[in-house]
Ligand binder design. Structure first.
Ligand code: FMN
Length: 512
């Protein structure tokens, strides 16, 4: 069965309302290729602008009156800037095989009144496998419609339980090139993870960032921002791909335990692992936990090669330019490859005495794994921080920001609080670990059960690097890449055969 993706528009300037939103879905279903989509977006942006002019923009009418007249037009036609990104994302999701739906949040959270028909909104969320939310950027952050939506999720425990493990992706449109599209996406993702969703960004075709980033201010201008449209399409595709894997997971079961790797990147005299060890016991039957101590050897900083990795090759070959024998990344390279769930972990104290940290060096040195066609693609990542009360390093946020770019799937960061060396919320850390293991298992089962999806969609596209692009197109490189891809697929197929069993009555073959 196809995954269902719900598109949510979150601007009071959105053109579509009620029947007009339903009509939008029908119109979208009639669109064929990318040229069709671009034509449609340009037409609808123009209609929206024409409606503005007709409502009184030409005669310089005050905006409140103009706004009233626009509403009176019935919300049947046209698309605002943030709606254009949403349509692009839904088109992308459909291209990837998803069924789509759409609801304007302005229909549920009117500007001048109480929420309306929240039951309908909640039912649509429950029926979806994932959703994409498109917001304008307001002051480097979301608009109040998105905020009211998030507050609704926070306030409803039973809804949150039903949505846990569904997939979220975001789109943000701002008037300036650096108007806060990324801050908006990052803050919003943190909130969505916090209520229990899994978060994804845009896919590898637009180098896997935080979602769709539209650059448009004036009414009707969004279709001109091709990169913004591309990142939005990529977000829709990404949500569709991950939800499709999660659906596939229902057909198989894992015969062994998910491998959870804890990457220790900052600690003081073993305090981090010491505090976590008793909690590992609580999940020992559900996962195989491996602690990778990355503090035992120096990790040199990335020297920012113009061509990275040093050559195209299989994941198993270490391909970073830094070759010192005692380098921590070089020596951990093999171990890094095999995690089903990645838990980058740090101790975050108020005072730095005796603190050992390779955090930043390690993160930047993972560049060759990202550029090596996203070695960590579709792995679940659960950042873990044990922070002393009063420490404000925000490493949970930074880990999410860096690790999402590995084309991974994020789950809520696990944050433990330490006072006088004692963990004061062990149950939060244990719950976080248990959640990461449960959803990591689902994602792994789905990923292995649908390995054919792996093929074309994770090639690293060197956006912004002309030299690397030229190197990528050389014939020798292409052949090596094909070989490396075949090897990766072969390894995954083998893994699927060993680790999956078909569930009786499942719709597709579990093991390849
Ligand atoms: C209150 C307010 C705050 C805004 N803040 C920002 C901002 O911080 N950065 C930015 O790039 N654009 C900002 N904008 C511009 C909108 O994000 C932009 O016009 C967007 O295209 C609106 O999309 P929509 O027409 O779908 O609502 C702001 C607009 C408003 C009304």
């Amino acid at each position: 069965m196809k995954p269902r993706i719900l598109g949510l528009s979150a601007s009071l300037r959105n053109a579509r309302s009620k029947a007009g939103a339903r009509r939008l879905v029908t119109e979208l279903k009639g669109l064929g290729d990318r040229a069709d989509l671009d034509r449609y977006l340009a037409e609808q942006a123009q209609i929206h602008l024409d409606q503005f002019v007709a409502a009184g923009r030409a005669e310089g009418l005050a905006f409140d009156e103009l706004y009233r007249r626009l509403r009176a037009m019935g919300g049947q036609r046209g698309l605002s800037n943030s709606e254009i990104c949403l349509v692009a994302a839904l088109w992308g999701a459909r291209q990837e095989g998803a069924a789509i739906d759409h609801l304007p949040l302005a229909d549920h959270f009117p500007a001048d009144g109480n929420p309306v028909a929240l039951d309908r909104l909640k039912a649509a969320l429950r029926a979806a496998d994932g959703f994409v939310l498109s917001t304008p950027v307001y002051f480097g952050d979301r608009g109040s419609l998105s905020q009211r939506f998030i507050e609704m999720l926070r306030a409803d425990t039973s809804l949150r339980a039903d949505l846990a493990g569904k997939v979220y992706g975001g789109l943000a449109v701002g008037a300036k090139r650096n108007g806060g599209q990324e801050t908006t996406l990052i803050y919003q993702m943190l909130d969505m993870l916090d209520v229990g969703l899994l978060g994804v960004g845009n896919d590898s075709e637009t180098t896997s960032q935080y979602g769709g980033t539209g650059h448009a201010g004036d009414v009707g201008t969004m279709p001109k921002d091709t990169y913004g449209i591309n990142t939005s399409i990529g977000t829709g595709r990404r949500i569709a791909r991950v939800t499709s894997q999660l659906r596939t997971a229902r057909d198989s079961r894992l015969v062994d335990l998910p491998r959870v790797d804890l990457w220790v990147l900052q600690d003081r005299a073993g305090a981090l692992v010491g505090a976590l060890a008793p909690l590992f016991g609580t999940v020992a039957e559900d996962a195989e936990i491996t602690v990778l101590d990355l503090l035992s050897e120096p990790i040199r900083p990335c020297i920012a090669c113009d061509i990275c990795p040093t050559k195209v090759g299989p994941d198993e070959e270490y391909r970073c330019i830094i070759k010192r024998r005692d380098d921590g990344v070089r020596n951990a390279h093999h171990d890094l490859l095999h995690a089903d769930v990645i838990v980058p972990a740090v101790l975050s104290p108020k005072h730095r005495d005796g603190l050992q940290s390779v955090y930043q060096e390690f993160m930047e040195r993972t560049r060759f794994l990202r550029r090596g066609d996203y070695v960590f693609t579709d792995r679940l990542v659960a950042p873990l921080v044990l922070a002393e009360v009063g420490a404000t390093e925000h490493l949970d946020v930074r880990m999410m920001t860096s690790m999402l770019r590995h084309h991974t799937v994020m789950i809520k960061p696990i944050v433990g609080l330490l006072r006088d060396g004692r963990l004061i919320n062990p149950e939060d850390v244990a719950d976080g670990l248990a959640g990461a293991i449960a959803h990591g298992r689902r994602l792994l089962t789905g990923r292995l059960g649908s390995i054919s999806l792996e093929h074309s969609s994770t090639a690293y596209q060197p956006v912004g690097y002309v030299l690397a692009q030229a190197k990528d197109n050389e014939k020798e490189t292409m052949t090596a890449r094909e070989q490396a891809t075949r090897q990766r697929l072969g390894r995954l197929a083998d893994e699927a055969r060993r680790r999956l069993a078909r569930v009786e009555g499942g719709s597709t073959a579990g093991a390849a």
